[in-house]
Design a protein around this ligand. Structure first.
Ligand SMILES: *Cc1c(COP(=O)(O)O)cnc(C)c1O
Length: 465
């Protein structure tokens, strides 16, 4: 492919030698960090954390040479990083950062675009629009679905639920954006018993209340029970989950969605990581039925490995999202382009859609499916190894999540502590359906089978101590 570009950038003056040297120093500091040094623990050791004390100094009165500022980061911050990029970080549900996404992030920083309006950055807005459409296609969502690229699934849930709130109240003639929720006709929000806390937080931010929800009982994998649904009608927002944050389980959308749709309910899907299963022919069946929803929230900084921060809100009828998010001002003249600030909560924003585009452009459909398939196979490899050693795997390992108990709560927590201190890998703890467990989330492009075997060996060592 030949790429033509203008030989000079008329609006930029050449940077001086010191700035160029600073960027080269940055590259070498980044390479040193990424190359790492064995042995390095995944979580930083106590000395590295204690050394962060050097940053607790008074605000300098006078300027400092930027190169010296970078050196402070290189010397004191880099060694205290949680080594997420090495392939043996299995904490929470954290993706890594694909090489193309990292490269794009550097360019985004160099370009310093404000991705609020097309006129501020035609390139950033064009790439974001294309990336959103690619995400829609990858997730097998209906044509015409639109959305916003936001900071994470928390904000994606927020945006989608704002669109839902708008649509349901507009049906009864209530303009919630103009008149607020005081005195508005009530809306019922239905969630599963194991709803992610970020969705409840989003409801709170929207004035709909974290606790003012109807909770549907769940089964032994944390899935909403279709037989236990309350009455649904056209003033109900039903929040389903594609990928339980503990077990990875999917709510039974095929048993729920057709009826919920027929009742006129707005169906929202929190699919922060699980929805990406739709990209793999081997796992796609898990996401069946979720395409019947009205809105979806997902994360690109989880399974797609786009780097922080990148979440995506998608809404079947994007007019509902626009109604909830758009604003007007005398100096805003909108053209025929999609204006990101009309679909999301922010005005000024970084061009994170460029990183999303770059990551997806580098992966293609097959690359995305390969991450899902490899990580899910690696999760099973963990589960088999732990079971073979006599430990109890609490969940059906359907995708990338494994919950393991090493015996009593005390034993399990002690083992997790030793695993974290040993530093070969990192996993956190959880309490799920009354049981204390270690949670293994395999979500990174860089994780190899050898990483899994080394980590498994470290876990078994820690469990035997
Ligand atoms: C991670 C996660 C969220 C929150 O996502 P952020 O990107 O951290 O805001 C919401 N729901 C589920 C199911 C998740 O796994």
């Amino acid at each position: 492919m030949s790429v033509s570009h203008s030989p000079s950038l008329p609006t930029n003056t050449p940077i001086d030698e010191a700035r160029a040297a600073l960027l080269k120093h940055t590259l070498s500091a980044a390479l040193d960090y990424l190359n790492g040094e064995e042995p390095r623990t995944v979580a930083p050791g106590p000395e590295a954390v204690a050394a962060l004390g050097v940053f607790r100094e008074p605000l300098p009165e006078s300027p400092t040479d930027p190169d010296a500022v970078l050196s402070l980061l290189e010397i004191y911050a880099s060694p205290a990083m949680v080594a997420k990029t090495a392939g043996r970080y299995f904490g929470f549900v954290n993706g890594g950062c694909l090489p193309a996404a990292l490269a794009a992030a550097w360019m985004v920083a160099a370009w310093d675009q404000n991705a609020a309006f097309f006129v501020q950055s035609p390139a950033a807005i064009t790439l974001e629009e294309i990336a959103l459409e690619w995400v829609r296609e990858l997730l097998n969502l209906p044509a015409g679905t639109g959305g916003a690229v936001v900071t994470g699934a928390t904000m994606a849930n927020f945006c989608a639920l704002a669109a839902a709130r708008h649509a349901l109240l507009a049906r009864v003639g209530w303009d919630v954006e103009a008149d607020g929720l005081f005195g508005a006709p009530p809306i019922t929000v239905v969630v599963g018993g194991e709803v992610h806390m970020s969705l409840l937080k989003a409801l709170g931010m929207l004035g709909m209340g974290r606790n003012r929800v109807v909770r549907v009982p769940v089964d032994g994998q944390g899935r909403m029970r279709a037989d236990a649904l309350p009455h649904l009608d056209d003033r109900t927002i039903l929040c389903l989950q594609a990928g339980n944050v503990n077990t990875g389980a999917f709510d039974p959308a095929p048993a729920i969605c057709p009826e919920a749709r027929a009742a006129g309910a707005w169906i929202h899907v929190d699919g922060a990581f699980g929805l990406w299963a739709a990209t793999s022919p081997a796992y796609r069946h898990l996401t069946n039925g979720f395409e019947l929803a009205d809105s979806w929230a997902t994360d690109a900084h989880k399974w797609p490995n786009i780097g922080y921060d990148c979440g995506i809100a998608l809404v079947r009828n994007p007019e509902n999202l626009r109604a909830a998010m758009a604003m007007t001002a005398s100096y805003l003249a909108f053209g025929e382009h999609r204006e990101p600030s009309s679909y999301g909560p922010e005005l000024s924003r970084r061009a994170r859609g460029v990183e999303l585009w770059a990551g997806l452009r580098s992966l293609g459909r097959a690359g995305m499916a390969a991450i899902v398939e490899r990580n899910s196979a690696q999760a099973r490899r963990f589960a088999e190894g732990l079971r073979a050693a006599g430990f109890k795997v609490l969940n059906d390992v359907v995708i990338n999540q494994v919950l393991v108990s090493f015996g009593s709560a005390e034993k399990t927590l002690g083992t997790i502590d030793r695993i974290q201190k040993d530093g070969t890998c990192w996993c956190g703890s959880t309490v799920w359906q009354g049981q204390t467990a270690m949670r293994i989330s395999v979500s990174q492009w860089a994780t190899t089978d050898e990483d899994v075997d080394r980590s498994l060996a470290a876990m078994l060592r820690a469990a035997q101590d």
